[in-house]
Design a protein around this ligand. Structure first.
Ligand code: ATP
Length: 596
């Protein structure tokens, strides 16, 4: 397919805010593509050249792109800058100038040709690579038509933002095959094992649905991590899963470790939101290289800061200082990390996802070769007790809490590892808080209002947060938060929001008129919120039901939505993807539990 045709589809997608229309447009586009094209087109639609966890970046700022446009179209730099300022959008400014000289013949390049050039651009890394990048982009601008140019230049600066999620793409795959969304669960299951939309599209095109059944863990493609359900007593846990393995719940950050030993040994670490964070934790990489001696493995654990003087583990607030881009080596000396290993997913060609927990655990233990000296080892096998005794389980919980840990995780003995799912195979039992809800709620920041009074300094006075409804694939609001943040947190929120602000409300947001924001933010920022209670409110859309008014002209609230009472920010959860925020299903459960 020609890139100009893709640009036509992208324009249609950009024009609509209806999720269903976007899904149909994507499905129609996907139908017309072959297996190579679908893979690369999916990445381009996400403004990328590879899946999110892959490190390929364009390395081009707005200014450099401006240089490409000026070079390609031989226009005056000043007049380009002025026009860009006026229009406020690099894509449209480029399109404007390209149109002026559109009498120039342009080659109708294919999507694959454009992709290949962009790939060369991104991977140019030697000296003088900046000029090479500018030239490659300039050549493309020269060759493509004006509408194509609008979208082409938005790709390297990451502002394509078409307002659809990975889930919309999965739905579109289903529509492509069957003309409805009924195949989404099947497609999603494969995606949870290999969350690479381009790859999934390619498999469907090559081998149809049958191909998806063979999707297995793949080294250096992070598997979506399994999550835990919540309960708040030993009794409930035993009633639910019976005899179980009990482990402490460590409060650090989760890592998925991929190791492949061939001529050179490669180790990669992935975070909860599937980012490659290998560069951040050189101490963990060195440790696993020494303490795990197999050819290929994927396993998981919780990384916790360790005090090398006292031999104590550190609280989350200190561990989190290890999440940084600079000064990594020094911080690693000051706060070394230990990794509590708890899950095995893949080993030497064998898929362990379907293997019962107790066997996965046994195998994992047998792989770890440590000295037993906590000061020297990096890996620790999370101690575990198997029990069906209520008192014993309560004691284990009390013991964990008295050590300053968050609580425990009970694991079903024959439970499989279900990528991406929150199910009863793992149950967390956390310290109860004084409030009526005994857990925090992870929310997405959807937008913000400008500040009044003192807050004008920060440029942000209140922010709207929401949870996720998996069924509708929409973010629904639960609170607008205007207090409870320190000055530093307000500033951090402003900086983060500024980076991801968008012109209009994203199609994935369902927001009541009363809760509209001055500035909308694309789905990126996840925050952990503590609240006293879940209440009901007609202005929040989480769980709200509308019905037609008597006159039939408007809608009125039939069932009010869920809202958070006294919400306050606990911390930013940069390790979570937007879809990982608390779900509507969970909030409903918390609400029911609280009213009991
Ligand atoms: P929370 O917000 O309650 O910390 P979460 O939303 O980050 O939880 P959950 O899936 O709800 O994630 O809780 C499980 C998390 O607990 C895991 O992601 C992991 O990071 C952490 N964890 C700590 N200790 C263990 C353990 N022994 N086994 C499994 N997970 C553990």
């Amino acid at each position: 397919m020609k890139f100009s045709k893709l640009a036509y589809f992208v324009e249609q997608i950009e024009k609509t805010s209806s999720r269903l229309s976007i899904t149909h447009l994507l499905a129609e586009l996907f139908k017309k593509l072959d297996k190579e094209e679908i893979e690369k087109t999916v990445y381009l639609l996400q403004g990328r050249l590879a899946p999110l966890y892959s490190a390929i970046e364009f390395g081009m700022a707005e200014k450099m792109i401006g240089r490409s446009v000026v070079t390609a179209l031989s226009i005056d730099k000043k007049s380009f800058e002025n026009e860009f300022k006026k229009i406020g959008d690099l894509g449209k400014a480029t399109e404007y100038f390209k149109k002026q000289i559109s009498l120039l013949e342009h080659d109708d390049l294919s999507i694959l040709e454009v992709y290949d050039s962009l790939y060369k651009l991104a991977t140019a890394s030697k000296e003088g690579s900046q000029d090479v990048k500018v030239q490659i982009l300039a050549r493309l601008i020269g060759q493509l038509d004006s509408l194509s140019c609008r979208y082409l230049v938005r790709i390297p600066i990451g502002v394509l933002r078409l307002g659809f999620s990975d889930m919309t793409v999965l739905d579109a795959f289903s529509w492509m095959i069957r003309g409805d969304k009924s195949l989404r669960p099947q497609i999603e299951k494969a995606y949870h094992v290999r969350p690479d939309l381009g790859f999934i599209g390619k498999v469907i095109k090559s081998d149809g649905l049958a191909g998806l059944k063979n999707v297995r863990p793949h080294l250096f493609t992070p598997i979506l991590m399994m999550r835990a359900e919540r309960l708040s007593s030993a009794k409930e846990i035993l009633e639910k899963i019976g005899k179980c393995a009990v482990e402490s719940k460590y409060d650090g950050f989760r890592l998925q470790i991929h190791i492949k030993k061939s001529k050179v040994e490669e180790v990669r670490l992935y975070s909860r939101n599937l980012e490659d964070v290998s560069f951040m934790y050189p101490d963990i990489i060195a440790g696993v290289k020494k303490e795990i001696k197999v050819d290929e493995v994927i396993f998981e654990g919780e990384a916790i800061g360790f005090d090398p003087h006292s031999g104590n583990f550190l609280p989350f607030q200190e561990t989190v200082q290890r999440k940084r881009k600079y000064g990594i080596e020094e911080k690693a000396k000051e706060i070394p990390l230990k990794l509590f290993a708890f899950e095995l997913l893949f080993l030497d060609g064998k898929n362990y996802l379907e293997v019962p927990f107790i066997e996965r655990r046994k195998k994992l233990m047998s792989l770890i070769k440590t000295s037993g000296d906590i000061f020297k080892d990096v890996l620790i096998t999370a101690p575990e007790e198997i029990t069906e005794d209520e008192k014993k389980l309560e004691l284990l919980f009390d013991d964990a809490v008295s050590k300053g840990l968050e609580g425990i995780i009970a694991k079903k003995l024959n439970g499989v590892y279900k990528p991406g799912a929150r199910e009863w195979n793992w149950i967390k039992f956390k310290r109860s808080y004084s409030s009526k809800i005994d857990d925090t709620i992870d929310c997405l920041v959807m937008g913000y209002d400008y500040g009044k009074g003192k807050r004008t300094d920060f440029g942000i006075g209140a922010f709207l947060v929401g949870i996720f409804d998996e069924k509708q694939d929409k973010f629904l609001t639960v609170a607008k938060i205007g207090t409870g943040l320190s000055d530093v947190e307000w500033k951090e929120l402003k900086v983060k929001s500024e980076k991801s602000k968008v012109k209009s409300k994203p199609a994935l947001y369902d927001v009541d008129k009363m809760m509209e924001c001055d500035v909308w933010v694309s789905p990126l920022i996840v925050v952990e919120i503590k609240a006293d209670e879940i209440t009901k409110s007609p202005v929040h859309t989480a769980g709200r039901k509308l019905k037609a008014s008597k006159s039939g002209k408007a809608f009125e609230v039939d069932v009010p939505g869920f809202a958070l009472r006294f919400p306050r920010l606990q911390r930013f959860r940069d390790d979570k993807r937007p879809e990982d925020v608390t779900s509507l299903r969970e909030v409903k459960k918390m609400f029911i539990k609280q009213t009991k």
